[in-house]
Design a protein around this ligand. Structure first.
Ligand SMILES: Nc1ncnc2c1ncn2[C@@H]1O[C@H](COP(=O)(O)OP(=O)(O)OP(=O)(O)O)[C@@H](O)[C@H]1O
Length: 232
């Protein structure tokens, strides 16, 4: 459903992606793995129109992807960045309402009620400000906000970063629920176990290119690939 072919991108004069290709398929979860600085976050930012596409093609559901972040979101891709980017001066309720209002549509699949069913903890924090939340609650809010955009593809950058093991497990279970509900996802993760237990497919990025492609099962069984590409 999302296909990147030969993409080149980076920051100003610094080129980070050198002809990267990958494909995320309908109804499946793709994990993008790789060492620090390999270009994983840069790939996501390029998909989302936050970095210019210098060369190559990105096709979403058969059409070239929009190049402005708002238009990419409108086209059906929700992005939960590493920084989570919730509005710190707004309450949980306000953070959620903004997404619902902007992207909800007439008969949204995801309503406030449905996201609070998924994350009851947020229901207990509705009137708290963004800064009063724990890291785990902020991550839940960032995912909930993404869902209220009613995406056909959900993209997450390092959802477990900085979280305690018990919260990592909770986020894992919630993403598993979303997968079971058929929502396609792309997940960038440093946590190999987390990523490969959720994902169907895996792409390893090294120096701005796809260096390994296969199933999650294959990479879990391939210690040589783990060692070469991930330093596991
Ligand atoms: N804002 C920026 N300006 C210039 N260079 C950057 C910027 N952000 C990242 N880079 C560089 O781009 C390269 C790829 O970074 P990227 O964030 O995509 O890596 P990553 O694979 O996501 O790894 P990490 O897990 O460390 O985030 C790195 O060499 C990094 O130093």
């Amino acid at each position: 459903m999302l296909e990147l072919s030969g993409i080149e991108s980076g920051y100003g004069e610094t080129q980070v992606l050198h002809g990267l290709s990958l494909e995320a398929q309908q109804g499946r979860v793709l994990a993008i793995l790789g060492r620090n600085g390999a270009g994983k976050s840069t790939t996501l930012k390029t998909i989302m129109g936050l970095l210019p596409l210098k060369s190559g093609k990105i096709v979403f559901e058969g059409k070239p992807i929009a190049r402005q972040p708002y238009d990419v979101a409108k086209s059906g891709i929700a992005y939960v960045p590493e920084t989570r980017d919730i509005f710190p001066s707004l309450t949980v309720r306000e953070n959620l309402e903004i997404a619902a209002k902007r992207f909800g549509g007439a008969a949204p699949e995801w309503t406030m009620e449905r996201v609070l069913d998924l994350f009851p903890r947020l229901g207990e924090r509705m009137d708290n400000g963004g800064t009063q939340l724990s890291g785990g609650e902020q991550q839940m809010l960032a995912i909930a906000r993404g869902l209220l955009m009613n995406p056909r593809l959900l993209i997450l950058d390092e959802p477990t970063e900085g979280l305690a093991p018990i919260i990592v497990k909770l986020i894992h279970d919630k993403l598993q629920d979303l997968k079971a509900a058929g929502l396609p996802m792309i997940i960038v993760e440093q946590n190999f176990g987390f990523a490969t237990s959720l994902a169907d497919d895996v792409v390893v990025v090294g120096k701005g290119q796809a260096v390994w492609t296969g199933s999650a099962e294959e990479i879990r069984a391939d210690e040589a690939a783990q060692h070469t590409w991930l330093g596991v």
